[in-house]
Design a protein around this ligand. Structure first.
Ligand SMILES: [Zn+2]
Length: 183
């Protein structure tokens, strides 16, 4: 059995954990807990705004944010990223100490802090390499039931990571030349 991504690149599932022999999704209740949690989160974060874009534009300017195509980290402390910001995340993880936060509750927050301080990958840095050519070709995640899985279906990253709107606004000042703030 192979590994598959659903909805977004990054998270990978054992096919046998999530699909039946016809290739249809198993009921969520029949998936192993870790796979079930990720699948429920994917339903929430599928097509959601990229966190990098969100840190730049905020809730008031969601239409300026690219849709996320990549997901890294653990359910509820995951980071979701667009094509443009995925290399920044991969650079942080590999070269800027992000790996040390692997599996911890502050995983996403640690990345946000680095990003808000102007952390970016060098020009031309490549993110993870994927065999598939188009993440939008991936199968869509199944719908989860909010009554049953509400604890995994929160959607507001500003609540989740404990960054206030004020933090975000203040951080704008520190962005580099690419994202000029109010000077
Ligand atoms: Zn982005």
């Amino acid at each position: 059995m192979g590994k598959v991504s659903i909805g977004m690149r990054g998270w990978r599932f054992d096919e046998e954990d999530i699909l039946d022999e016809d290739g249809d999704f198993l009921p969520l209740a029949q998936m192993p807990e870790d796979a079930r949690k990720r699948m429920i989160r994917l339903d929430v974060i599928y097509n959601a705004p990229c966190h990098g874009c969100w840190l730049i534009y905020g809730d008031d300017n969601l239409e300026a944010c690219n849709r996320a195509r990549y997901v890294y980290g653990e359910p509820l402390s995951e980071v979701i990223l667009c094509e443009e910001h995925e290399p920044d995340f991969v650079y942080w993880f590999r070269e800027e100490g992000g790996d040390a936060h692997r599996g911890s509750d502050d995983f996403a927050e640690a990345f946000y802090e680095w990003f808000l301080e102007g952390g970016r990958a060098p020009e031309g840095y490549e993110g993870m390499e994927y065999v598939e050519t188009d993440p939008t070709d991936l199968p869509k995640p199944p719908k989860a039931d909010p009554d049953e899985h509400g604890d995994l279906m929160g959607d507001d990253i500003s609540d989740r990571v404990g960054l206030s709107d004020e933090d975000i606004a203040n951080a704008d000042v520190d962005f580099g030349a690419e994202y000029p703030g109010r000077k």
